[in-house]
Design a protein around this ligand. Structure first.
Ligand SMILES: C[S@@+](CC[C@H](N)C(=O)[O-])C[C@H]1O[C@@H](n2cnc3c(N)ncnc32)[C@H](O)[C@@H]1O
Length: 277
């Protein structure tokens, strides 16, 4: 499978019911058929457009190297938060999670939860041979036992959620985390940090890892793509440090901001939370 299957974004399904495209089914075979089952909770609303975007053949990664590097860095950052080889780890809205096998090697069980059915079908196919990786929809998490997870991570997702969706996700984390467990909320956008810093972070990463030219071309392509149309139309949710800490407190967490963000963009924020007793 090529690293990028098409040059532009192609919506693959209607919002309600979340069906898979023929191409996604072909790619992922029988495993993807499981993801075809309609979600018990039909979703709608502007923020769902971002799930559709991530389920499409988007061009958010400027090259294969950029994409592979991104997922490797994220995996290594998640590994840094795993406290035991037996740990149960939940990666909420994990995306393609290309380096999840690295994480699975360092924990007892890795639950990859992803709302986009096409992405989920590929995850199922990609990790079918790794027995301690389980792929789930976000709705499936309702069946996850209380106090069963040691580490929950949600990286680069809050900006695509409505505030109510973020509250619901935090409540899920509070329920499924063990009393000793930790929640890592990463890559949170701040209100006063604009798109320019995202551009600079990508260019710095490109210069450091030898894909500066692809980064420049990718930026032009992105500026003409659905990503910018969506970013302009729907926008991204941004939170101040205090707003995130207040939300976490309200959900029953004691939290603090980590000294460094996960991933490659130091202008964004990471928070680490535990049950408040
Ligand atoms: C930028 S990707 C991040 C993927 C992965 N966590 C990472 O760090 O590479 C954004 C992810 O958020 C998911 N997403 C988009 N809108 C969402 C929403 N409203 N609720 C939950 N997840 C959403 C997408 O399906 C996608 O997997």
């Amino acid at each position: 499978m090529s690293w990028r299957t098409a040059a532009g974004r192609q919506p693959q399904r209607s919002r309600v019911g979340r069906t898979l495209s023929i191409a996604a089914m072909r790619r992922s075979g029988v495993a993807a058929m499981r993801a075809l089952l309609p979600s018990p909770r039909a979703r709608s609303g502007a923020m769902d457009d971002w799930i559709d975007y991530y389920d499409s053949t988007h061009t958010i990664y400027v090259s294969k190297l950029h994409r592979d590097l991104h997922f490797r860095v994220i995996a290594d950052d998640i590994i840094g938060y795993i406290s035991s080889p037996d740990a149960v780890v939940l990666d909420y809205s994990c995306g393609e999670a290309l380096s999840a096998a690295r994480v699975a090697e360092r924990c007892g069980r890795l639950i990859l939860a992803e709302p986009a059915p096409g992405v989920r079908g590929r995850l199922i196919a990609r990790f079918a041979g790794i027995l301690n990786i389980k792929v789930r929809s976000l709705d499936d998490l309702r069946h996850l036992d209380d106090a069963s997870v040691d580490l929950a991570v949600m990286i680069s997702v809050a900006q695509y959620m409505s505030p109510a969706e973020l509250d619901a996700a935090l409540a899920t984390f509070r329920r499924v985390l063990k009393p000793s467990g930790r929640l890592v909320l990463g890559d949170i956008l701040q209100p006063d940090v604009g798109a320019g810093t995202d551009v600079m972070a990508l260019l710095r990463m490109g210069a450091k890892h030898g894909f500066l030219k692809d980064a420049l071309v990718g930026l032009v392509r992105t500026s003409l793509s659905d990503y910018w149309q969506l970013r302009t139309k729907i926008g991204l949710q941004r939170y101040s440090e205090e707003e995130v800490l207040a939300k976490l407190r309200k959900t029953g967490f004691a939290a603090s901001r980590a000294p460094v963000n996960v991933g490659h963009n130091p202008a964004r924020m990471t928070f680490v939370a535990r049950h408040a007793f």
